[in-house]
Design a binder for this molecule. Structure first.
Ligand code: FES
Ligand SMILES: [Fe+2]
Length: 381
């Protein structure tokens, strides 16, 4: 591992009073590799959603920490397995498939059952001599440790993170009693954010910039009534807990989920499940954003929108849902995206390493840096 720049003293800018990660942690390709190895491989991270594989035999490729994986449903169970063929390392699945009975490698057509075990190797013992009953259980698409919280499918690739129940407890406790099963996936889209994944996450939690970049949000929730984000307990960082969901805004035309306990009914909270989930939960909707770092300067944002579905069916009129999703896309693309490469550029310039933070608003930036380093150093996960 590289031992210079942000690796040597990543805590150098942190003091009891503030600070954040060094600029190179946002720009250095070696640091992203370090994050893949020490963070994304070792803690619980979102791999996708169960709704993406609704039927048995549905499978889709996903990539976490640069590792090719398959998210699939097999006899009702959602699981994650390796997408690397143990023969000569071909990537087995390169596009989603539906209701497949098996996964077949494109190179020499070895086929695998949906639990990853080897099913058959054509011509393995010579032309026309197939291995139809492989007896080596070691030769398989390896299972990946996975767990679900409602529709969200998390993986721990190295298999050594603490139990998932411990990881998700702060989030599950805050939403105890919220009937997520009444919310159905209504739409997805992807955007490519022009910046480091941590800049995207920090911006999502930054309540300070609303008045300057988001006039429409500022009209609904003026700056004077906003709170700074706060670290509740790892992995939960709460961006806002304004109790104003019933006010006039673009979500208010959507039906509310009656299976939301009274104390959460007017709750409008956006938060992070560190490291790669950004969420926004109201009684009207649930938005999940999965962050996938593509490079130090590019981040894939995968959006999942859930709305209340009485009796399991979304209301026939899709227009209010489309409007809500479009509003989200527009705010991100037109109002937030321009500032991200702006900061990315200055951090790569060598002209900035530590900011002069607001004591009122920016405590989260310091907490975020600490959580990041603590997780990498396994002080908590
Ligand atoms: S690499 Fe997959 S069958 Fe050969
Ligand atoms: Fe923003």
């Amino acid at each position: 591992m590289q031992r210079s720049g942000p690796f040597r003293k990543p805590r150098a800018g942190l003091s009891r009073r503030g600070g954040h990660l060094p600029a190179a942690a946002y720009t250095d390709a070696g640091y992203l590799q370090h994050e893949h190895a020490a963070l994304f491989l070792r803690t619980w991270v979102l791999a996708g959603t169960a709704s993406e594989v609704p039927h048995d035999g549905d499978a889709r490729p996903v990539e976490i920490a640069g590792r090719p994986l398959v998210l699939l449903r097999d006899r009702g169970t959602v699981r994650v397995i390796s997408n690397i063929c143990p023969h000569r390392s071909a990537c087995v699945l390169d596009a989603p498939v539906s209701r497949a009975a098996a996964l077949t490698c494109p190179y020499h057509a070895w086929s695998y059952r949906l639990d990853g075990t080897l099913r058959m190797r054509p011509h393995f013992h010579g032309g026309g001599v197939h291995d139809t009953d492989p007896d080596d259980p070691q030769v398989r698409l390896e299972p990946v440790r996975s767990a679900r919280w409602n529709d969200l499918v998390f993986v721990n690739i190295d298999g050594n993170a603490p139990p998932f129940e411990d990881f998700i407890t702060p989030v599950a406790q805050r939403y105890e009693g919220y009937d997520f099963s009444a919310m159905k996936l209504a739409g997805t889209f992807e955007l490519e954010a022009p910046g480091n994944w941590k800049l995207v996450a920090e911006n999502y939690l930054d309540n300070y910039h609303i008045f300057a970049l988001h006039p429409s949000i500022d009209r609904s929730y003026p700056q004077a009534r906003r709170h700074p984000a706060r670290l509740v307990a790892p992995p939960l960082i709460l961006g806002s807990y304004a109790k104003d969901a019933s006010e006039d805004n673009y979500m208010a035309t959507l039906p509310a989920n009656p299976g939301v306990p009274a104390h959460l009914r007017n709750d409008n909270a956006f938060f992070t499940i560190f490291p790669n989930v950004l969420m926004h939960v109201w009684s009207f909707s649930v938005m999940v954003m999965q962050l996938v770092p593509l490079s130090p300067e590019r981040t894939l944002e995968r959006y999942f929108f859930y709305f209340h579905a009485p009796d399991g069916e979304l209301p026939a009129d899709a227009q209010p849902r489309e409007q809500a999703m479009e509003a989200y896309r527009a705010i991100n693309e037109t109002e937030d995206f321009p500032i991200i490469p702006n900061m990315q550029r200055t951090r790569a310039s060598g002209g900035f390493d530590q900011g002069r933070l607001s004591a009122f608003w920016d405590g989260l930036i310091t907490d975020y840096a600490r959580l990041h380093l603590d997780t990498i150093e396994r002080r908590n996960r």
